[in-house]
Design a protein around this ligand. Sequence first.
Ligand SMILES: [Zn+2]
Length: 365
Amino acid sequence: MKLAQLTAYLESLAPLAYQEDYDNSGLIVGQPNQEVSQALISLDCTEAVVDEAIATGCQVIISHHPIVFKGLKKFNSKTYVERVVEKAIRNNIALYAIHTNLDNVMMGVNARICETLGLVNFHVLAPRQNLLKKLVTYVPTAQADQVRNALFHAGAGHIGNYSDCSFNAEGTGTFKAGEGTDPYVGEPGIRHHEEEVRIETVYPANLESKVIMALILAHPYEEVAYDLYNMTNQHQQVGSGMIGELETPMSEEEFLSEVKHNMQAEVIRHTAFTGRRIKKVAVCGGSGGFLLKQAIAAGADIFITADYKYHEFFDAEGKILIADIGHFESEQFTQQLLYEIIQNKFVNFAIRLTKVNTNPVKYFI
Ligand SMILES: [Zn+2]
């Protein structure tokens, strides 16, 4: 298939608009219209992974971490980043990254961690703002249904696990068609009164052009009246980290050994035990230290993440148990997640999980 088919599907699940500002998710090397028959999945895109793609005949590498984060000024094989990009281009291998946009969605990196830890009732720890907008439009009563359906089909009207959400009020619209018009109802040059429904609905800002296109196609009028509003509401299903619960609370020691086993962590660095039983668990794959305040405010007994620095451990203040399980360890199951996502959609497309352990951190035990 075309590479664009694959990336469009991934971006329908984890839209690029959901990535953090510093990130560089998306197609880094390659052309959307190139043919691909096999993808290699890895957490990191290293030279060894590119070699593996060449050896196994994969035309695209889908990695969690983007190989390029900041501007590259030279391509002379000096750094591993340059060498990876050069080798990929020379061998016609596309590089695609699905990073914080996959962290930030409900079925992403953190949900997989919650599942691996056996948590229930998990949801986003720090929901993002400014991702939702509101559309108001005015439709003749007889066509209100067809317009609502079109808007919902384009992705409008979702609130949490509810779909088809809208508010509808009846009223009277007026208009006078000018020269060169072909009004759906009424006569040019005469003010017309029409019974209309004011439809209000919410939509994700990244779907705006799709939603407006659907509105215009479904609406009977030559000129469609609509208003777009910015909203500061949180998007409950998009954001950083997750918090869930253990069905049966357990001691800190018991839970840490469970975490160590389930997450295949060689070692866990943690703060002093608080003496409380673990019930609520906050998680964030990768460097999640920025979420400590939210984890404490949400009543988490433990915060499982990675990349904690010495001084940051003091911030636990006896209120929470911080557990640093390692960056690679926290995100390693993302590879399996990507494998399943692609396999479930494209049953005849070949996918490989990398055999390279890309973790740059080794433990001397
Ligand atoms: Zn990471």
